[in-house]
Write a protein that binds this ligand. Structure first.
Ligand SMILES: [Zn+2]
Length: 180
């Protein structure tokens, strides 16, 4: 695609906006940024030339989403990258596959088991949406001692995005970021 709608020939503003937004942490898991989680999808010029930031919610109805939009707006305001527009894009739906490897490691270090397995092929993004029957997923390993001997205590942990597990070996309860 080489359609050029840019009215700006150089775009240092976009570069600055990326740099600023890469530092915005996830409100629930402050050790990872919204970019590392895959929530920040794009920073671009809209057709009218306005700076546009595209975010995709992790889980529909996740209350953190309005907080993320506020944090993005605040970061852009502070950096004086105005005017801007924040677009929330729901399709394609976010999946835990969008998390970077760095984000998974940071989750583990923070005491949250990162999602195991792969939740849907990038080649068939629609398939996941139409799958209504939950699949049996492997139990996450303990983020503290690494044991695979874990049990689920509750379907929902500290937020709806996570399930509460307990390690049978070291007895520590932990949040598991559910694959989605
Ligand atoms: Zn353990």
């Amino acid at each position: 695609m080489t359609t050029s709608t840019a009215t700006y020939s150089t775009d240092a503003t976009l570069d600055r906006a990326w740099a600023v937004l890469e530092t915005v942490p996830d409100p629930e898991i402050p050790v990872v940024s919204i970019r590392e989680l895959g929530i920040l999808r794009d920073v671009r010029r809209a057709a009218d030339g306005t700076l546009e930031v595209v975010i995709t919610p992790t889980y529909s109805g996740c209350p953190a989403m309005s907080q993320i939009a506020e944090d993005v707006a605040h970061a852009l305001d502070v950096a004086e990258l105005t005017p801007y527009r924040i677009a929330t894009v729901l399709a394609p739906a976010w999946t835990t596959d969008w998390m970077t490897a760095d984000a998974r490691e940071k989750l583990r270090a923070y005491g949250i088991a990162p999602p195991t397995g792969n939740c849907g092929s990038a080649a068939a993004p629609q398939e996941k949406v139409m799958r209504f029957v939950p699949r049996a997923l492997p139990a996450p390993s303990c983020p503290r001692c690494g044991s695979a001997h874990t049990e689920r205590l509750a379907q929902f942990g500290s937020t709806a995005c996570k399930a509460l597990y307990r390690c049978i070996d070291c007895r520590e309860p932990f949040d598991y970021f559910k694959p989605y």
